[in-house]
Design a protein around this ligand. Structure first.
Ligand code: UD1
Length: 344
């Protein structure tokens, strides 16, 4: 029988790509999403790719009674992948309580109900933001956690602690915490991708929107960093590679292969790419020029960070496979698809 997985935030960017990979791997998926930063049409994209429309429930996970009802009505959920969260760093500084509520209370509700419904494991979406500016690069999972620079970053740190404390208290489930580096790109079919609300805060959606003419010019934040071309360096990972790691993590928990009750893995390529290199890769891969100007630093930005993905490579048997060129071209194909659909 197919195992059932609850994917919170399954209509979102990383969530939808993961639902596709779960369904391709034979899992049955139930999505809970409040559609606060996604649209219901994403389900059509998932169906076009996989031939299966997942079960969907529109719910804010702060509603614990509502969550209980979903678990009662969808008996036999074996595992949870928890993506649902607010993720805009700047907004989190303006509205911290929104972030503490949306990103923490929701996790508490899930953890509270897991034993009652015999759910065996939870995969949690964390971020390399927990490392701040690491002292040693590439950064391993054992690097110290640095003070968070925003309420958003703080919620990721607190969530990791909540999961660890809960599991070490002896609950009957396991967890795998995945620390993402910078997910970009879209499914090769261009049926699903990233659809930011309003003006994108992240580099790649801003870049593709500029290249297609929605935005006039891309601002490159900072040209005085201690890096070879003086722009910031990140580890950009194809969202499909990232999604596949979630399936492996879920298999691992459900097949009782975890070595510890809580395991933490970096999900990155191990390759640092600067902002200017990424723009170059885009122009080379697509033949489209991106108008850009160099401006001052953005507050709170880390100078450089890239992953040591060895633990995930060895223990999970997972490696990020896509090149940065193919990844950025997939983001462009998605932008072209949005234009075709008349979405600006
Ligand atoms: C940020 C968060 C990360 C969070 C992610 C999700 C930090 C340190 N990181 O990642 O935790 O998970 O957002 O939203 O808070 N850039 C430009 N011009 C732009 C936009 C970005 O030059 O218009 C540069 C930035 O300076 C940075 C790089 O592009 O060097 C990537 O930025 P972005 O895509 O926003 O991701 P992070 O800041 O790395």
């Amino acid at each position: 029988m197919k195992k059932k997985i609850l994917v919170t935030g399954g209509a979102g960017y990383i969530g939808s790509h993961t639902v596709v990979e779960l369904q391709n791997a034979g899992y049955e998926v139930v999505i809970i999403d409040d559609l606060s930063n996604s649209t219901i049409e994403v389900l059509d994209g998932i169906e076009k790719i996989t031939g299966i429309k997942p079960v969907f429930v529109k719910l804010d996970l702060n509603d614990k009674a509502g969550l209980r009802k979903v678990l009662e009505e969808n008996k036999g959920i074996a595992g949870i992948i928890h993506f649902a969260a607010s993720k805009a760093v700047g907004e989190s500084v303006q509205q911290p309580l929104k972030y503490y509520r949306n990103n923490i209370v929701t996790l508490l509700n899930l953890l509270d109900l897991m034993p009652e419904f015999h759910i065996q494991g939870i995969v949690f979406s964390s971020s390399c933001t927990v490392y701040g500016q690491p002292d040693i690069l590439p950064v391993t999972e054992d690097a110290p956690i640095k003070p968070a620079l925003s309420p958003y970053g703080n919620t990721k740190q607190i969530n990791e602690e909540i999961i660890r404390d809960t599991i070490y208290a002896g609950v009957p489930f396991k967890s795998i915490i995945l620390r993402y580096f910078n997910p970009i790109g879209a499914h090769p079919s261009a049926e699903i991708g990233e659809l930011p609300n309003g003006v994108p805060q992240n580099l790649v959606p801003f870049l593709t929107q500029t290249a297609i003419g929605i935005r006039q010019e891309l601002s490159v934040f900072g040209d005085d960093y201690n890096t070879p071309d003086n722009s910031c360096i990140r580890d950009y990972i194809h969202v499909v590679d990232l999604a596949k790691a979630h399936v492996i993590a879920m298999d691992r928990m459900l097949e009782n292969k975890s070595e510890e009750k809580v395991e933490i893995f970096n999900l990155g390529t191990g390759r640092g790419v600067s902002v200017l290199e990424l723009i170059n890769a885009f122009e080379k891969g697509t033949g489209v020029k991106v108008p850009y100007k160099i401006v001052g630093r953005r507050e709170g930005d880390i100078e450089k960070v890239w992953a040591d993905p060895e633990r995930a490579n060895k223990v999970l048997g997972w490696t990020a496979k896509e090149s940065v060129e193919d990844t950025i071209v997939s983001a462009w194909n998605w932008q072209l698809k949005l234009q075709e659909r008349g979405i600006q």
